[in-house]
Write a protein that binds this ligand. Structure first.
Ligand code: ATP
Length: 365
């Protein structure tokens, strides 16, 4: 049984259709990340699960029970916000225990829960401080502590790391992952950051304009995106998209990129790609599958030359930019094997990793 189920969920604000029919089952103890660009409706979904926003149409079930009309305080969920929403005049202990005091828990029980949560979050020595005496990361831990003490059935996180600098975000990502392993609770986590989604999630939901584009494990989203949007959203640096045309040959199909470069379609993909024969398409390839020329005998690899436009040294790799057809393309190369700007350079493409997109439907074929 799913722990949280969304069925045909809709939300309309005045004339804005923020959520347009979302169906989603979230398993017990699953870490599910909702990711998508600003305005795609992810926070609205979270707020509807929390009960902070009315539902226009559809159903939300938590633990098998429809909660559409149940007030937030009775849903047994806890939400952690981007703005930590701590009370400035209260100590960390008082902030963490506030909800339990309202619910009239005994003093001993409150103390036990606060100390346990503080230990998990490594903030035991901060319990007597006030929020202004804490760093951003510490405040975020207190906000999480306040959620943990409630022992909720479901945790909802709304962009909890957005206010932290890059280094602290990286550290807190690991803390949240450890927290999930420790607490084994269902988590629904909203972010616009695909790196957070990839690193934290058991499953990722990519949203676009109020609908779900794709649901899958991080591996599925990265290696088998189903749409142009998902392919472009997941992965950094992002996938290259190169306009091309599929041309029939005597024994198969070629992906024609320009007059000098045509790639033969591997045999195991001929059946899949024949629907696009003689049509325009978009070739999607990640920078790591486009490298400086390599020794190979495998027919999945093909070589070509292009003129280097920009070099971006990253230390371990150098990103080499060049033009192909009308696209600016990025290849992830060995720093020792790159040519100078404006020189010709030989590249190898790994066709086993390519994606072909139908521009009519924006679906990956
Ligand atoms: P962000 O990452 O910027 O927070 P989001 O994906 O979480 O974006 P939502 O906050 O869910 O997006 O908003 C979805 C759409 O609904 C947006 O077009 C937004 O302007 C609109 N919206 C959200 N809340 C309201 C509201 N209270 N009244 C009117 N429109 C709203």
């Amino acid at each position: 049984m799913a722990d949280v189920s969304l069925t045909n969920l809709h939300k309309t604000f005045d004339r804005t259709e923020a959520v347009r029919g979302v169906d989603l089952d979230i398993a017990e103890n699953e870490f599910l990340v909702l990711v998508g660009p600003s305005g795609c409706g992810k926070s609205t979904i979270l707020r509807m699960i929390a009960g902070l926003e009315d539902i226009t149409k559809g159903n939300i079930e938590i633990g098998g029970k429809v909660v559409n009309d149940i007030p937030p305080k009775d849903r047994n969920i806890a939400m952690v916000f981007q703005s930590y929403a701590l009370y400035p005049h209260m100590t960390v202990h008082e902030n963490m225990s506030f909800g339990l005091r309202l619910r009239k828990y005994s003093k001993d029980e409150i103390n036990k829960r606060v100390l346990d949560a503080a230990k998990i979050l490594s903030i035991s020595e901060l319990l007597n401080r006030r929020p202004r005496q804490l760093s951003g990361g510490q405040r975020q831990r207190v906000a999480m502590g306040r959620a943990i003490v409630r022992n909720p059935r479901v945790f909802l996180f709304d962009e909890p790391l957005s206010n932290l600098d890059a280094k602290m975000r990286g550290q807190m990502r690991i803390e949240i992952k450890k927290l999930h392993q420790h607490l084994k609770t269902t988590i629904v986590y909203v972010t616009h950051d695909q790196v957070e989604a990839m690193t934290l999630a058991d499953r990722i939901v990519v949203m676009n304009d109020g609908i779900i584009e794709q649901v899958g494990t991080p591996d599925e989203m990265y290696n088998a995106p189903k749409t142009h949007f998902v392919a472009s959203f997941i992965g950094s640096p992002s996938m290259n998209f190169i306009p091309c045309q599929l041309v029939k040959t005597t024994d198969g199909l070629n992906i024609k990129i320009n007059d000098k470069l045509s790639l033969s379609v591997p045999k195991d993909r001929l059946d899949r790609y024949k629907v696009l024969a003689s049509k325009k398409a978009i070739l999607g390839i990640r920078p790591e599958h486009l490298t400086n020329k390599k020794q190979h005998t495998h027919d999945m690899y093909e070589d070509f030359n292009a003129k280097v436009k920009v070099l971006e040294p990253m230390g371990m790799d150098t990103m080499v930019f060049f033009d192909l057809s009308e696209a600016e393309v990025c290849a992830r190369c060995d720093p020792k094997s790159v040519e100078k700007i404006k020189s010709d350079m030989a590249f190898t493409i790994d066709k086993s990793q390519m994606h072909l997109i139908d521009p009519q439907t924006n679906k990956v074929i």
